[in-house]
Design a protein around this ligand. Structure first.
Ligand code: PLP
Length: 396
């Protein structure tokens, strides 16, 4: 083996979700794409807002190539960062300025910069289950370890009662993903306030800041007028992480940002480190054209009804068939309780009916499967007879 031991382990355990997605493609080649119902990947099917496409054309027409495609500060274009800060201030009254914003290679890029800046070997990052599985890999990139708070299986809220016992001097960050992938739950303001109080006490005990990473790529994907609290306005040592992957349907463009508030502990040290991390991790800067594009599209969003009608159709249909479903409040994922007491078996059985589902074991929350409903409505309609047959085979 020429690759490192840690990489060897990653290759061996390579993402189950990606594997399922590839199996779905293989199945589609065999039985026809219209007969495969793939709910594996959070790849948004909702069209990109027209303003995004117009902006690309306008930016290319209006500006010299050296500006659109050139290097700029590692933190991003000043004018883009100023627009992002103004947009956040309009919504959350945080008093950000351009200097508080770092444009990043998606939310993933932001998290990697933060971990690069904070983590020494064996340091710990806490995540609440169910959590986005890549967090473990991002922490491991820098010798860090993901510590998982067990899920609240009753309400899928943050299980804050178990948090304090897991915090120790090695704890550097706590990740909160709201609205949540994979549960679709929104953690309410009251929970975030309680969380803040626990963290503040723990920081005094261990003698250093614990940074809360508010990972919010689904912030605007919210149904029934639910409200997503803005964590940095509640918890002082928070870093806001945003991505346009889901809310503008641009996951392949790799564009997002982080916002640091001047009120946080060690602000100067932190903000300087983020720009340097962007450079030394090899990102150098976030993609230049798409910085300029999102800067013109900060008030845009995909059509929420596109996902809401999928949510309603699936929730109503699966519930009526006897499946136990966690009703999503946001994002575009839905949890279904495994009716067979063995998720792998359930996933295999579903595959026999050409339905591609993902077990939530890799999200730290066994006993469920996740469905990504960021798909075409017609595909869901076509999948219904397959779900009816699956329910029957499960004895529902
Ligand atoms: N955080 C969560 C919870 C996600 O679900 C994802 C992507 O699916 C990411 C972060 C990474 O997002 P990005 O594409 O912006 O890197």
């Amino acid at each position: 083996m020429v690759i490192s031991k840690s990489m060897e382990a990653l290759v061996a355990g390579s993402s189950t979700i990606r594997k399922l997605f590839e199996e779905g493609l293989q199945l589609a080649a065999e039985v026809g794409a219209e007969n495969v119902y793939d709910f594996s990947l959070g790849n948004p099917a909702s069209p990109v807002p027209a303003k995004v496409t117009e902006s690309i054309k306008d930016i290319l027409a209006e500006n010299p190539d050296s500006y659109v495609h050139g290097y700029m500060k590692n933190a991003g274009f000043d004018e883009v960062r100023a627009n992002v800060a103004a947009n956040l201030n309009k919504r959350f009254d945080m008093g950000y300025d351009a200097g508080d914003i770092v444009m990043t290679v998606g939310a993933a890029g932001a998290m990697n910069c933060i971990f690069r800046a904070l983590i020494e070997t064996d340091d710990e990052v806490i995540a609440f289950a169910p959590y986005f599985g890549e967090y473990r890999n991002y922490a491991a990139n820098y010798g860090g370890k993901l510590v998982v708070v067990p899920p609240d299986m009753d309400n899928f809220d943050l299980n804050i009662n178990e948090l304090d016992a897991l915090i120790n001097p090695k704890t550097k960050c706590i990740i909160i993903n709201n609205p949540n992938n994979p549960s679709g739950r929104i953690f309410p303001e009251e929970t975030i306030k309680q969380l803040g109080a626990i963290i503040e006490k723990a920081e005094k005990r261990i003698g250093h800041p614990i940074y809360v990473l508010a990972d919010e790529p689904y912030r605007e994907l919210v149904y029934d007028n639910e409200v997503v609290p803005y964590i940095p306005s509640i918890i002082k040592n928070s870093i806001y992480i945003y991505s346009f992957s889901k809310t503008l349907s641009l996951p392949g463009e790799r564009i997002g940002y982080m916002a640091l508030s001047k009120k946080m502990d060690c602000y100067d040290e932190m903000i300087n480190a983020m720009a340097v991390a962007n450079r030394c991790l090899g990102y150098v800067n976030a993609p230049s054209l798409f910085q300029l594009v999102v800067s013109r599209c900060l008030d845009e969003g995909v059509d929420l009804d596109f996902y809401d009608r999928n949510r309603k159709l699936l929730y109503d249909k699966l519930t009526s068939l006897g499946f136990k479903v966690v009703k999503p409040q946001g994002a575009f994922y839905l949890l279904v309780k495994d009716p067979m007491e063995d998720e792998e078996e359930f996933v295999s059985l579903a595959k026999k009916h050409h339905i591609i589902l993902v077990s939530t074991k890799s999200f730290g929350c066994p006993g469920y499967i996740r469905m990504a409903y960021c798909v075409d409505y017609e595909m869901i309609k076509r999948s219904i007879p397959a779900f009816e047959a699956l329910a029957k085979e499960c004895g529902l």
